[in-house]
Ligand binder design. Structure first.
Ligand SMILES: O=C(O)CCC(=O)C(=O)O
Ligand SMILES: [Fe+2]
Length: 278
């Protein structure tokens, strides 16, 4: 039984993204949000990333999905089946990394226009069509609190050059402006529990959160096992996901995230100059 309809698959290939409403139930979303708020490891391993104006986005990033509620979500049958249908490979699905994104009221920073493959090219992943991101909203995301914006169809541009924009890596703004002349900018306003699945070359950004409401989400990135990365020391990206039933999210006991292999800022090639920029 396919997880996605033929129309969803077609939309993804044409537009570079799809939104799946109520991908997580209210109870699942609440459990994820509570864990995000209460789990000391997630909090202690959060990195602050400055945007160009000094506003900060907080993110915790880990590689190997564990036996906690986030691990169960990222390994769940519903996520892995959807991803498998959209990746350009019949090989098994591997989990590259997940990030808990916390854009706090008034202080949550912006993300510059970029393609995720703009980062992952630095990891020397070979195939952008075998890399994908799944964003699940843990709180409502809208224009006021800095929801994700995407340029519809921009994954078809291929990878554009990226250079540093503050502490972040940003796409060549000339190419972004050209794209915006003919392609539609879409504000991905979604509710808690909705999922946005997008291609690694889709141009996207988000503005600062100037509202009184948090914008929290989890973004999980997947790669096919046939996609090799020659500059990546973590190993989860080449390890097929140990898939769990969807019920695990709500019903299985959630272990602490203490053993998770969290990213330290200095170890991320995407945050370092390689000389390949520009
Ligand atoms: O959460 C956001 O607003 C964007 C984050 C993002 O695009 C990324 O981490 O690659
Ligand atoms: Fe991104």
């Amino acid at each position: 039984m396919p997880n996605l309809s033929p129309k969803q698959v077609e939309d993804f290939h044409r537009d570079g993204f799809i939104v799946i409403k109520n991908f997580c139930s209210a109870a699942e979303t609440q459990k994820l949000l509570n864990t995000a708020i209460e789990d000391r490891n997630l909090i202690n391993n959060a990195l602050d990333l400055n945007d160009q104006t000094g506003k900060k986005t907080k993110l915790s990033l880990w590689f190997k999905p564990g036996k906690d509620v986030f691990g169960y979500l990222t390994r769940s049958k519903k996520v892995i089946e959807a991803v498998a249908e959209l990746l350009d490979s019949d090989a098994q699905v591997c989990h590259f990394h997940s990030k808990l994104m916390q854009k706090e009221p008034k202080v949550g920073g912006a993300w510059e226009w970029h393609q995720d493959y703009g980062y992952w090219y630095k990891n020397q992943f070979m195939f952008p069509d075998q890399l994908i991101s799944v964003m699940v909203a843990l709180t409502p995301a809208n224009k006021a609190n800095g929801c994700l914006q995407v340029i519809k169809g921009s994954h078809k541009l291929g990878r554009v050059n990226h250079g540093f924009a503050g502490e972040q890596v940003g796409a060549d703004i000339a190419m972004v402006e050209n794209a915006l002349k003919t392609m539609e900018l879409v504000y991905s306003e979604i509710e808690a529990g909705d999922a946005l699945i997008f291609h690694s070359n889709l141009l996207h950004r988000s503005e600062a959160n100037l509202s009184d409401h948090p914008r929290w989400s989890i973004i999980s990135c997947y790669s096919s096992q046939s996609n090799l990365a020659y500059n990546e020391t973590s190993t989860s990206w080449k390890t097929p996901v140990d898939v769990v039933p969807n019920e695990a999210i709500l019903n299985w006991e959630s272990a602490p995230t203490v053993d998770a292999d969290f990213l330290k800022k200095e170890n991320d090639p995407a945050l370092k100059a390689t000389g390949w920029e520009g």
